[in-house]
Design a protein around this ligand. Structure first.
Ligand SMILES: [Zn+2]
Length: 146
């Protein structure tokens, strides 16, 4: 099956939150991904943001379970801060999808260069800005391993 133009992205996106601008920006970022990463982001990632007027949010555990498989293996929850719309925000979203794509588990073992890997992948997908800047990412990796 060819997913390229047949994905109904608006319906397929799992976004748990109240900010429609953020939801739109997540969709815009996913639209720019290569087809396999696009499918991954829609199938395996649940996105959430806390919003502008609240500082906390309680979410049900089921958002970490695949809707069809009922399992949590290779399911990722991507939390973003509601930000100003634009390239920098879309790059942040792509950068976080890249972490998931690469299997970077914050609760498990992380490669020392995980930030650089994610930035590199986001850049290869055509994103620009902070989250796709390998140099800055390398510096963050160095700070984290000290
Ligand atoms: Zn990162």
């Amino acid at each position: 099956m060819e997913f390229g133009n047949t994905i109904n992205m608006v319906e397929d996106l799992a976004y748990v939150g109240e900010n429609l601008d953020t939801r739109r920006e997540i969709l815009a970022a996913i639209r720019r991904l290569p087809v396999d990463a696009k499918r991954f982001a829609l199938d395996r990632c649940t996105f959430t943001s806390v919003g502008h007027d609240i500082v906390g949010m309680t979410l049900p555990g089921r958002i970490g379970v695949h809707s069809a498989e009922r399992r949590s293996r290779n399911v990722w929850i991507i939390v973003v801060l509601d930000q100003e719309l634009g390239e920098e925000f879309q790059t942040t979203i792509a950068h976080e999808i890249a972490h998931a794509w690469l299997g970077h588990d914050r609760c498990g073992e992380l490669p020392d260069d995980c930030e650089e890997q994610a930035a590199k992948l986001a850049k290869s997908w055509g994103f620009t800005g902070h989250g796709a800047d390998e140099e800055k990412a390398r510096a963050r990796d160095r700070e984290a391993t000290q």
